[in-house]
Design a protein around this ligand. Structure first.
Ligand code: SF4
Length: 356
């Protein structure tokens, strides 16, 4: 099959713009909504190093994705900073250019535990910005979400190091679980208001098949906005890019206009306000499986293609063939079904395997 043009769209007209690359299935945290300790214990069958894509294989695949329209690469995991010499991969990826010669938006999502040590190296290797997961400022609440004994102060120090290294604009992701950490919404908003960092609140999702998700533990984003607005008035802001997952809200000044210096927050509402209609994201697992949705149950094996000496043209055709047939819209479908019953039996892929 001829290599198709770069403007690839799926069955719903959604272009392929954003590739999330998981570089490890391991993590040093055990967040209950992603890698609950009961499942991901010492005996869990983590991937052997030999099963992982090499940096050269990741870069070769990324190059084909870029030719098909990808403009943003996000490195994820597990915890990506646990992957040895990740700076080498970042250097390789940062050299890629779009068909029009533009640099890619190269970012990384981390739990921040290693950021203080790595920030300068990541920047020097070509990383542009980071997103840091932080589910609270209170150590006890933080621990109740990530199930490890790691101080919030060290994540904040990592954020400062990232800021000092110029890895911005920095975004902070807080997963909100009703009854566990929602009391931290206002303290987090107060802390990051005016900091130049963008705090986003993520609705607790039924990702994977092990986090015991229940709808009554979801705090709708509308409630998050209401709580913050009651103390620090907010005004709605335009999306900053097509397919953006976060709904933006700016802190208002005394005249009800956006106070840019005070900054903004975001809410990511996969459960109560599905955004599948503009979803332009693909996910590559640590061992080369391509997933077309965060809630998918199966992936497409690109590693075998790679290791069976497929040509670049054959890789490009395979990507096009897969994406063009895509019709994923899990979150839309979930909202059509009775609560707590959405495909609960399906063995959805684990988020720690394909990245958030
Ligand atoms: S549920 Fe799937 S298709 Fe919908 S926005 Fe999320 S990843 Fe995209």
């Amino acid at each position: 099959m001829a290599t198709p043009p770069g403007l690839l769209v799926d069955t719903r007209g959604r272009p392929l713009r954003d590739l999330r690359i998981s570089v490890t299935d391991r993590c040093n945290f055990r967040c209950s909504y992603c890698m609950p300790k009961e499942t991901f214990g010492q005996d869990y069958p983590y991937l052997a190093h030999s099963a992982l894509l090499t940096f050269e294989e990741i870069t070769r695949l990324a190059r084909q994705f870029v030719l098909q329209g990808v403009q943003k690469l996000r490195l994820t995991g597990g915890e990506p900073l646990l992957r040895k010499n990740i700076e080498t991969l970042i250097t390789q990826l940062s050299a890629l250019r779009t068909p029009g010669g533009k640099a890619l938006d190269l970012t990384l999502t981390t739990n921040g535990s290693l950021l203080q040590r790595k920030a300068q190296l990541l920047k020097a290797a070509g990383l542009q910005r980071v997103t840091v997961s932080l589910d609270g400022l209170d150590d006890a609440v933080f621990r109740s979400m990530n199930d490890v004994d790691f101080p919030v102060a060290d994540v904040l120090a990592g954020l400062q190091a990232a800021c000092d290294a110029g890895l911005g604009p920095i975004k902070i992701n807080m997963v909100v679980k009703r009854g566990t950490n929602d009391q931290e919404i206002l303290p987090m908003a107060r802390h990051f208001r005016g900091s130049g960092m963008v705090l986003r609140f993520i609705e607790y999702m039924d990702v994977g098949a092990t986090n015991g998700w229940r709808m009554n533990e979801v705090l709708p984003s509308a409630e998050v906005v209401r709580r913050i607005h009651s103390e620090m008035p907010l005004v709605p802001l335009e999306a900053s890019a097509p397919g953006e997952t976060a709904e933006r809200w700016g802190y208002a000044d005394g005249n009800g206009r956006h106070d840019v210096a005070a900054g903004e927050i975001g809410v990511i509402s996969s459960v109560t306000q599905a955004f599948c209609g503009t979803c332009n994201r693909a996910r590559l697992s640590t061992e080369g499986q391509l997933f077309l949705c965060l809630f998918a149950s199966r992936g497409y094996d690109l590693k075998t293609l790679l290791r069976n000496t497929a040509s670049d043209d054959q890789l490009a055709s395979a990507l096009a063939y897969i994406w063009q047939a895509r019709n994923d819209r899990y979150s839309e479908l979930r909202s059509l079904q009775p609560q707590d019953s959405a495909e609960s039996s399906a063995r959805r892929v684990e988020m720690s395997y394909i990245g958030g």
